[in-house]
Design a protein around this ligand. Structure first.
Ligand code: 13P
Length: 274
């Protein structure tokens, strides 16, 4: 336990809450490592990472096995990095072989968790289960980065907004101050076929309206980040979007240098650098 780190995390949370109350949102650059990296690779990544200024939140979602080791490095180097789990089980504990509970994730160093990533939805996780997972995470005070996105077929059929509105229902009961949304069109994930920045902005504006409908008094707290083939080359285009508060990055987050460039694009949005 490192006292300075705990205090810094507390100050960050208070600043987040104040900003949320004022309707301002801090940009968020989040790395989803998926099933990549061992402890040696994760340590090398953190040693190489230059987080830049403090105008953008930086989250990393590593495989759960890496959480405690990364937590120790983050504390030692006093890095402004929040650890995020990639998934959580909906039950408190019990006979669920291979699963990891919200309490265990917190114990291992996570402060946030992804819920509803399309790669989990593909494993059969539907609305009811995702709602239970989000509620379980919230009950333990974990922040939730709830992932939504339409499939290629839904996109082609013009059903994007309908699909997103339906997917958002699962987080209706989550306190807005624990919730962020990642819009990840399934056809853009890992394909190199990123959504156009104007198209992404239009969809984010739609999601923003839905979020305002769900949380009339608190919607300012909820960030909406884009995910799907975000790279250093296209990140600033997304950062220009008024309703695009950050990025959830897969492939390009695996190397410190490329993830850093994406963080930097959103730091400019957060008020530094110009
Ligand atoms: P890519 O950035 O590799 O397309 O992955 C996006 C993603 O799924 C992040 O959660």
């Amino acid at each position: 336990m490192n006292g300075a780190h705990e205090i810094e995390a507390l100050v960050r949370r208070v600043v987040e809450q104040v900003l949320a109350g004022s309707g301002e949102r801090r940009p968020l650059a989040a790395a989803n490592w998926k099933m990549n990296h061992t402890s040696i690779e994760a340590a090398a990544f953190l040693e190489a990472l230059d987080p830049g200024d403090s105008s953008c939140d930086i989250w990393i979602a590593p495989p759960a096995t890496l959480l405690p080791g990364m937590k120790a490095i983050i504390e030692r180097r006093n890095l402004p990095v929040t650890l995020c789990a990639q998934d959580v089980h909906e039950k408190e504990n019990g006979a669920h072989t291979g699963e990891i509970s919200a309490a265990m994730l917190k114990d291992a160093g996570a402060e946030a968790v992804l819920v509803g990533h399309s790669e989990r939805r593909e494993q059969g996780e539907g609305a009811e289960r995702l709602q239970a997972k989000a509620e379980q995470a919230a009950a333990h005070g974990l922040r939730i980065l709830y992932c939504i996105g339409e499939s290629e077929a839904e996109y082609s059929a013009g059903l994007t907004k309908q699909v997103l509105a339906r997917q958002l229902e699962a987080v209706r009961n989550i306190p807005a101050n624990l919730l962020d949304i990642a819009y990840e069109p399934v056809w853009a994930i890992g394909t190199g076929r990123a959504a156009g920045k104007e198209d992404a902005q239009e969809i984010h504006a739609f999601i923003r309206l839905e979020v305002q409908r769900h949380f009339p008094d608190q919607s300012g707290a909820v960030r909406i980040v884009y995910g799907g083939s975000v790279k250093p080359e296209n990140a600033s285009g997304y950062a220009d979007g008024a309703d695009i508060d950050g990025a959830l990055v897969g492939g390009a987050s695996l190397h410190a240098e490329s993830f850093q460039s994406i963080i930097h694009a959103f730091q400019k949005k957060g008020g530094s650098g110009g």
